[in-house]
Design a protein around this ligand. Structure first.
Ligand SMILES: *Cc1c(COP(=O)(O)O)cnc(C)c1O
Length: 457
């Protein structure tokens, strides 16, 4: 019998727990340096984070418990789209003329079209449990803002999204999606916060940046008792919530009778979809000794793993956040305007950074033209048009498939297709018209930005 193309899990096999990598860091020989207070440069405690996050999430941030139970009301919402399908990419394998077996996990079936609701839903749930009425956040292109808007609607909280002004004006569809789910969307910089007013006083025509939007959302949460803040990537608890992805993949591969993967591939911005997909494979390495190569793919325009340094840095341009040790290009790094908006971040999650420093994962980078070429090769065989971010994982999987052809080996490759590109068609339009530029972040700019790193002794 032909193996299925679509490998589905019944709802009864929805994971009941999230997997916490922190429990296995010792066994993996990985050290995670503490998060430091930006003023005192001492390790931050729960009290430092309390104005911004609910207690349950702060506890998860530092937990060393291996499995953390997913609350039933969260599982109830997950069931609207989870378990997500795993596909065998038979038609793409043929098109690439590779002996490799390629599988992809598809997170684009969520209401917002990406993996982001996997964490938005539990984050809002824990806030609601602790009596929080409003949540603020920032968004660039709108993937995170729309996930949080959806989750706030589900649990009856108000949602306020500071959207980078240039995206607010140029990318109306995700703004409308957020408004459809009842969120208040404000172009940033705005006159609603001290941080926004300061920027506008200097530059009334400012088009905004993610750093400014973070400052506005954080300020509002810190100065209002009924309001907290939510972040869509980077932090440990965010990566934790995404581990439903990899746990499902492992069960689906078993169900399909597939070989243990030789290599798994994901794209990295702040690291959350990659972590959610890959960390359960590291758990398996600790539990049963089964290993697999793990490859992270990033854009050459924002190459934090492949060109950055492993150092303490701020999470934002305004230097408001705690200091975390991570692969960074420097907090004042300004990425070129590539279309994979979700991958334009100067840093990388501390957990993913620590794994990379320890040699447990690999990293590659790709410019946007070859990335879109790979994404279209995939779309023309498999039908799904990948989000430009997810296109980086597609490109990485394609390189592995071509290497397998070269070696004449039937390797098993699995990648995470973390979102669809239906709101990114203007990027495809530009690619198809031959109008996309490839950006290599200049060595000089990297050096300059790294000179501004904070000094930690
Ligand atoms: C936000 C986003 C990313 C980047 O974030 P990570 O935390 O690195 O996963 C990647 N892909 C999609 C589709 C996104 O929406």
């Amino acid at each position: 019998m032909e193996e299925s193309v679509k490998i589905l899990l019944p709802e009864s096999e929805l994971p009941t727990h999230w997997y916490n990598l922190n429990a296995d860091l010792g066994a993996l020989g990985v050290e995670l340096p503490p998060v430091l207070h930006p003023g005192t440069k001492q390790p931050v405690g729960p009290a430092d984070l309390a104005p911004l996050f609910p207690e349950a999430l702060i506890a998860q941030e530092v937990s060393t418990e291996r499995y953390i139970e997913i609350p039933e009301p969260v599982r109830d919402i997950y069931r609207l789209w989870r378990p997500t399908p795993l596909f065998r990419a038979r038609r793409w394998e043929k098109a690439l003329d590779t002996p490799a077996r390629i599988y992809y996990k598809y997170e684009g079936v969520s209401p917002t079209g990406s993996h982001k609701p996997n964490t938005a839903v539990p984050q809002v749930y824990y806030n609601a449990q602790e009596g929080v009425r409003r949540i603020t956040t920032e968004t660039g292109a709108g993937q995170w803002g729309s996930a949080l808007s959806f989750a706030c609607q589900v649990f009856g909280l108000e949602c306020k999204v500071y959207m980078v002004r240039v995206s607010y004006e140029q990318k109306p569809y995700r703004r409308v999606l957020m408004q459809a789910w009842g969120a208040a969307v404000v172009p940033s910089p705005s006159t609603e916060t001290e941080a926004g007013r300061r920027v506008l006083a200097e530059d009334p025509d400012s088009t905004g940046s993610l750093g400014i939007a973070i400052s506005e959302a954080v300020e509002e949460a810190a100065t209002r008792n009924d309001t907290k803040y939510a972040l869509g990537s980077v932090l440990n608890h965010v990566l934790l919530h995404q581990t439903v992805i990899g746990q499902e993949v492992i069960r689906q591969l078993e169900r399909a009778g597939a070989d243990w993967p030789d290599v798994i591939v994901g794209c990295v911005g702040g690291g959350s979809n990659f972590a959610g997909f890959a960390f359960p494979f590291l758990a398996e390495r600790v539990r049963s000794g089964r290993t697999t190569r793990i490859v992270a793919v990033e854009p050459t325009a924002a190459p934090s793993l492949t060109r950055g340094v492993y150092a303490y840095d701020f999470g934002d341009t305004a230097r408001l956040t705690p200091l975390v040790k991570m692969y960074t290009l420097g907090h004042d790094f300004i990425p070129a305007p590539i279309h994979a908006g979700g991958l334009r971040y100067h840093g990388m999650s501390p957990q993913v950074s620590a794994l990379y420093a320890a040699g447990l994962i690999e990293a590659r980078s790709v410019p946007q033209n070859p990335m879109f070429a790979a994404a279209l090769s995939f779309a023309r065989s498999e039908g799904i048009v990948p989000a430009p971010e997810a296109g980086h994982a597609v490109w990485g999987a394609m390189q592995e498939a071509l290497a397998a052809r070269e070696a004449g080996e039937a390797r098993t490759i699995v990648f995470n297709l973390c979102g669809h590109g239906h709101f990114d068609l203007s990027a495809y339009e530009a690619y198809l018209a031959g109008k996309l530029e490839d950006y290599e972040y200049p060595e000089e700019a990297v050096r300059k930005s790294l000179e501004a790193l904070p000094q930690i002794d």
